[in-house]
Design a protein around this ligand. Structure first.
Ligand code: DAH
Length: 358
């Protein structure tokens, strides 16, 4: 098995587990499944025993992939057990026909997944399949990487597009994940395919659709003869996969100093079905994927020759996409620590409809 096949196998095991878990109607059934998957000879554990068959430089990654999958699966078992316990307790109480105030409370399921994390994992899996490398940049960035290297010099009016938190040491809290574009060009050189998920910050007035802390996923592909059709096809695939339904796209020109031409790729609003609501500012469309062809100045700053190489970049609004996917209307709940805004691993992939209570 090569790494690609390993990933496929892990994904297959995880989806089988998810399907069996929803059917598992008792604690014993869940424990039996646990044993078949995570036990000594379980299907996931077996993947670790084959680690010796990989070249030494791949073993670390094999271990990481399998162990991460084990952790996710373990969490889903625990969540299901907690659900079953809660259901049992409820059934007992109603069978007794009485409310016993001396019974201990039913614990909330632990270890649920934040909606933004859930969508991030899905996007990461998709791009892994497409051969992209996963990169992370620092949240505290230099002014050069956050702006200058992206064709936004100090005097440029485009600096006003992003309200920045400046730190006393002259650095900034990154306003977007785009600085990882520059870091990756320097690190890998062309050709390259990278995605970079991460937390970003802006000095914003907070309301239902603006937060001072939010998540994006940057994407960058540089190769020979790359054009807009590649970008648009990828956008369609990405949004369709995450939303698990055919999405309609609207592509408009957009201005970002680090791309030329620049695009706004919008998706039809799932909250109102396109009729118009506060989330989509009554337009029926939501901006989720600003993108474009990498500007020659950005390539040059990354020591890449624009006469030889071209590429596209996008800045997926991960927070907004998670809100669309799970029908969350108010961005503020996402940083609130309110456990109702979490996705039980058992329900990963299925929509939860949830609104901030008044
Ligand atoms: N960094 C931009 C922002 O946060 C989003 C963006 C636009 C990223 C176009 C890109 C791009 O990579 O090509 O406003």
């Amino acid at each position: 098995m090569d790494l690609h096949q390993l990933r496929e196998r892990i994904a297959q095991i995880e989806s089988e587990v998810a399907a069996s878990l929803t059917k598992a109607g008792s604690g014993d059934a869940v424990r039996g499944l646990d044993n078949r998957v995570l036990g000594k000879e379980g299907s996931l554990s077996a993947l670790i025993t084959s680690i010796k068959e990989y070249p030494p430089d791949q073993r670390g990654q094999v271990g990481k992939l399998v162990n991460e999958a084990k952790a996710r699966v373990k969490a889903s078992f625990e969540a299901r057990l907690a659900e079953l316990r809660a259901a049992d307790a409820q059934a007992e109480a109603s069978a007794a026909g009485a409310f016993d105030a001396t019974l201990p409370g039913v614990a909330a399921p632990m270890g649920a997944v934040h909606p933004v994390t859930a969508v991030q994992w899905e996007v990461e899996r998709l791009f892994e399949r497409l051969g992209f490398t996963l990169e992370a940049g620092p949240e505290m960035e230099s002014e050069y990487n956050n702006f200058e290297a992206l064709n936004i010099p100090a005097s440029h009016p485009a600096r006003d597009m992003q309200d920045t938190f400046w730190l006393t040491n002259g650095m900034v809290l990154r306003t977007h994940t785009s600085p990882v574009q520059h870091r990756s060009m320097k690190k890998f050189g062309p050709p390259l395919r990278v995605i970079a998920p991460g937390r970003c910050f802006r000095y914003e007035t907070i309301d239902a659709s603006h937060e001072n802390t939010f998540h994006q996923i940057e994407g960058l592909l540089i190769d020979r003869d790359i054009g807009l059709p590649h970008l648009i096809a990828l956008a369609k695939m990405l949004l369709t996969e995450v939303m698990q339904r055919e999405v309609e796209l609207r592509v408009r020109p957009g201005y970002f100093p680090f791309v030329e031409p620049g695009l706004e790729i919008d998706m039809n609003c799932r909250i109102c079905g396109g009729k118009g609501c506060p989330t989509c500012k009554n337009s029926g469309w939501v901006e989720v994927l600003p993108a474009g062809m990498v500007h020659p100045n950005v390539l040059r700053a990354g020591s890449i020759d624009p006469d030889e190489w071209s590429g596209f970049a996008f800045g997926l609004g991960l927070t907004r996409l998670a809100m669309m996917k799970y029908g969350i209307r108010d961005i503020r709940v996402l940083n609130s620590g309110d456990l109702r805004a979490t996705v039980s691993p058992v329900r990963l992939g299925g929509p939860i409809v949830w609104e901030k209570s008044a």
